[in-house]
Design a protein around this ligand. Structure first.
Ligand code: SF4
Ligand code: MG
Length: 335
């Protein structure tokens, strides 16, 4: 499948009074045409910083991409100039955020806001921009679009506002849409509708989507592939079935055990005990070791190799690492 975006060995740091926070520590992944990749993990794992770095939206300073490349159509975005990035943002790669209100200007009509993007990037007449804005509202499922274009954001419900934000992100037919917790602020039924809308739009337009979430329910509903992030690294990745049914990393298993499953009655939900490590001085070995019930001596000393379990399924864990000391199942439990 055609690669739209290739992120290779991305490192991002933030300089703070307390020292350098290494928020992203060697993240690599590909995004293929027409697929949805979910990046999942707890807050602070680096998933939002990763997506903002792709768009070069991290505040610099204090943020800094210290290493790695982000290839979009053969161009390394980490080296692009700010004017080049301005052309790419919105037109080629679009981003939407959790809270639709922050993306919308309360003093302008919805129509003016959608049309602004069209006029800016496509250099078309106002009449043509209006026509395209109506088409976009149709695409995202807003009824009576011609009338609704004249209304202000506060005249729409939360779910409708998120649809408008999605319309704005899609007006220039970007190849990549990055959605950072796009449904977290919405209630569950609206959440499901918005996630269905993503799938629907993808079918119609072929857009590739990166969805950033802490919610495995969202992942289950939309993702083709999943990257599980922990303490600034992708610790496991695979297609959705591999992650949900054959997830091997103890952190992935912990995430799966901490959410309810509809197919199991009387199941016991087990939260992951402890908290992620301090990223001022990240551990040299596996960052999950302090919370992992399978941690071995080697885990704290050395970072495991990325081990290939199938064509798409990879995991960074000594339990799967062929170099692991034998016998592998010697468990030095930390609990
Ligand atoms: Fe646990 Fe070791 Fe695997 Fe890390 S590498 S997840 S500590 S078993
Ligand atoms: Mg975030």
């Amino acid at each position: 499948m055609e690669k739209v975006l290739e992120v290779k060995d991305l490192h991002v740091s933030f300089t703070t009074y307390g020292g350098e926070v290494k928020a992203v520590r060697g993240v690599s992944f590909d995004l293929h045409k027409g697929e949805t990749l979910a990046i999942v993990g707890e807050s602070g794992c680096g998933k939002s910083v990763t997506s903002q770095s792709i768009m070069r939206l991290i505040p610099q300073p204090p943020g800094r991409i210290t290493q790695g490349t982000v290839l979009f159509k053969g161009k390394d975005l980490t080296k692009a100039s700010e004017p080049e990035m301005r052309k790419i943002r919105g037109a080629d790669i679009s981003m939407i955020f959790q809270d639709p209100m922050t993306a919308l200007n309360p003093t302008l009509t919805v129509g003016d806001q959608i049309m602004e993007g069209i006029i800016q990037h496509k250099k078309v007449s106002k009449a043509e921009a209006r026509k395209q804005a109506v088409d976009m509202l149709n695409l995202v499922g807003i009824p009576s679009p011609t009338e609704r274009l004249k209304q202000y954001p506060h005249q729409f419900s939360g779910g409708m506002r998120q649809r408008i934000v999605i319309a704005m992100a899609l007006v220039c037919q970007p190849e990549v849409l990055i959605a950072d917790e796009p449904t977290t602020a919405l209630d569950v039924t609206i959440q499901a509708q918005i996630l269905n809308l993503f799938k629907d739009i993808q079918k119609k337009t072929g857009v590739s989507i990166i969805i950033i979430t802490h919610d495995l329910g969202v992942v289950a509903q939309v993702a083709d592939r999943v990257a599980v992030m922990y303490a600034g690294k992708i610790v496991e990745s695979g297609n959705r079935r591999e992650i949900f049914y054959r997830g091997e990393h103890p952190y992935t298993k912990g995430l799966l055990n901490s959410v309810p499953r509809l197919d199991l009655e009387d199941e016991e939900l087990v939260p992951i005990i402890g908290s992620p490590p301090d990223l001022f001085s990240p551990p040299t070995g596996c960052a999950f070791a302090a919370r992992c019930e399978y941690a071995m001596e080697v885990c704290e000393r050395l970072y495991p190799m990325k081990t290939r379990l199938s064509e798409e399924h990879h995991v960074d864990c000594w339990l799967q690492d062929p170099r692991a000391p034998k016998p592998i199942k010697t468990v030095i439990s930390t609990i």
